[in-house]
Ligand binder design. Structure first.
Ligand code: HEM
Length: 502
């Protein structure tokens, strides 16, 4: 009798656990078969692949299917493959998909909880409007000489590293991170971050505790991405308490110094300070200033150093592209008395192609997760594999499979080859819109894109002018990626050799 009861209990539990897995079938949306409890993210649960890699596999397995129904653990989510539908999600029907999936409670994490990426609804809108003037092209021109200065120091730093020049190799993400941290220190805070001079400067230590693939908070973000019910059960604190205290201290000391010494700089911190005085929407407190300055700190160095390291890696692998780029850059320096003014840098088309192509091949965010904020109905086109309208319910997670789109031969011929020409002139005009999403799209796209691109371009320009790059054998190829970190992080790093051009 007991045995029968146990069998009935197991069968009933199995039935109810599987019930949710009929969600997409009932709506006529194709998708891969889920595994009990894990859904379609089994490879991520077993740390074999990052969720972005799993979404890329699903993208590849469902050619010509515009939307694919999947499950993250037992929660339904939708992978949007068709660029036309992506346009709807990010722009045309933005009000239906206004928020990002990641949610952080401000009362638990006062700094990251105020980051525009995690803010929702009107709070997001107000903050976005407040921060946008900190990233105008006028501001970029103002900070440009600071970036030039750090780039010259970067060249001297590489020259002073014997391992870079003697064949032992250096890990480029590490040195690019020192470069971007110094830029952030200088451009946002008016401080010398001293990441070239000191092995373990304060900024460097903060970075190690903050956005680091091994850091504990990354494991939490990973768990939330594969088991979406977690935030309903426990609150997530992203910023470690010591980082929170140190950054808040740096910021308040800098502002105090500026006030006592009447220092006015046209930088991001000044913009935040001004907001504190002028904001009428709500009381813009010191915590708001610290939160957005911390946001600039984190956003400013990590993604840009990832992209810059991949740019240098691809140039090392592609000597022809490297010489074409060096020629373009050297010419610009020659025409400007051995300097590279802002307008000259902006005019470098091949450099623009190189950066975009590296962003295409190795986007730091291999997928983007949105949340449906108002019901939206997908209407199938003629000949669609989906035969009936599908209403996406409020609360459903929408996945934009950035890696899948960027590597799809339908949009990028020979996608595994590094071809900067794709992003130059008429070729660029002919690219399929909404198939290139390194910064997202629409009103919620990256706010710091201008700053990110600018610091990458000037850094790469100075490296190209001064060094020839080649791959060091310590780079493990083919590249494989850290499955836990939510950004693209190659295992073992990217190791290059530098040869000084005399
Ligand atoms: C090359 C470097 C960078 C890349 C590839 C990048 C990429 C992204 C992506 C993919 C998003 C999400 C977009 C979406 O949700 O649709 C994002 C959001 C954001 N990024 Fe960046 N980013 C970079 C540099 C920066 C920098 C330098 C800053 C600021 C200093 C910054 C600030 C932000 C902010 C504030 C958001 C949230 C925007 C919002 O939700 O309204 N990013 N970025």
């Amino acid at each position: 009798m007991l045995l029968i009861l146990a069998i009935v209990a197991i069968a009933t539990a199995y039935y109810f656990l599987n019930l949710n897995y009929r969600y997409w079938k009932k709506r006529g949306v194709p998708g891969p078969k889920p595994t009990l409890l894990l859904g379609n993210l089994g490879p991520s649960f077993f740390l074999k692949k990052s969720p972005a890699e799993v979404y890329e596999d699903i993208y590849n397995d469902y050619q010509d299917v515009p939307i694919v129904g999947i499950y993250r653990a037992s929660t339904p989510a939708l992978v949007v493959r068709d660029p036309e539908v992506i346009k709807d999600v990010t722009v045309k029907s933005f009000s239906s998909f206004r928020d990002n999936d990641l949610q952080i409670d401000k009362s638990i994490d006062p700094l990251f909880g105020r980051h525009p990426f995690v803010l929702r609804g009107d709070e997001w809108k107000t903050t976005r409007v407040q921060l946008t003037p900190g990233f105008t092209s006028g501001k970029m021109k103002w900070i440009y000489p600071l970036l030039e200065d750090v780039s010259k120091q970067f060249v001297r730093f590489i020259e002073s590293k014997p391992k870079a020049l003697n064949g032992e190799g250096v890990e480029v993400k590490e040195i690019c991170m020192r470069f971007t941290l110094n830029n952030v220190g200088s451009c946002a805070f008016g401080l010398e971050a001293r990441c070239f001079e000191e092995e373990n400067s304060e900024f460097r230590q903060l970075a190690d505790r903050f956005f680091c693939p091994e850091a504990f908070q990354m494991v939490k973000v990973f768990l939330v991405s594969i088991i979406p019910v977690i935030p309903k059960l426990i609150s997530i604190k992203f910023t470690p308490r010591d980082v929170e205290e140190k950054l808040t201290n740096i910021i308040s000391q800098t502002l105090k110094y500026r006030e006592t010494n009447n220092v006015v700089r046209n930088d991001f911190l000044q913009h935040l300070h001004q907001l504190k005085k002028t904001c009428t929407d709500y009381e813009f407190t010191d915590v708001d200033v610290a939160a957005h300055a911390t946001g600039f700190f984190g956003d400013g160095y990590e993604t840009s150093s990832i992209v810059m390291s991949f740019v240098l890696y691809e140039l090392a692998l592609n000597p022809t592209a490297q010489s074409t780029l060096r020629e373009e850059i050297s010419k610009a320096f020659e025409e400007n008395d051995d300097q590279l003014p802002y307008d000259a840098l902006q005019g470098l088309q091949y450099l623009d192609g190189v950066v975009n192509e590296a962003l295409r091949m190795h986007p730091p965010a291999g997928s983007l997760q949105k949340i449906c904020t108002e019901p939206y109905t997908y209407i199938p086109k003629d000949g669609d594999v989906i035969k009936q309208p599908v209403t996406i319910e409020k609360g459903t997670c929408i996945i934009l499979p950035v890696n899948g789109l960027h590597h799809d031969p339908k949009y990028y011929e020979d996608p595994g080859s590094f071809k900067p020409e794709r992003f130059i002139g008429v070729n660029k005009d002919n690219l399929t819109k909404y198939s290139f999403l390194p910064f997202g799209e629409g009103p919620r796209a990256c706010l710091g894109q201008r700053f990110g691109i600018l610091q990458i371009k000037i850094g790469v320009a100075y490296v190209m002018k001064n060094f020839e790059l080649s791959l060091n054998k310590k780079t493990k190829r083919p590249l494989t990626y850290d499955p836990i970190y939510f950004m693209t992080s190659p295992k073992g790093g990217l190791w290059l050799d530098f040869k000084k051009i005399v």
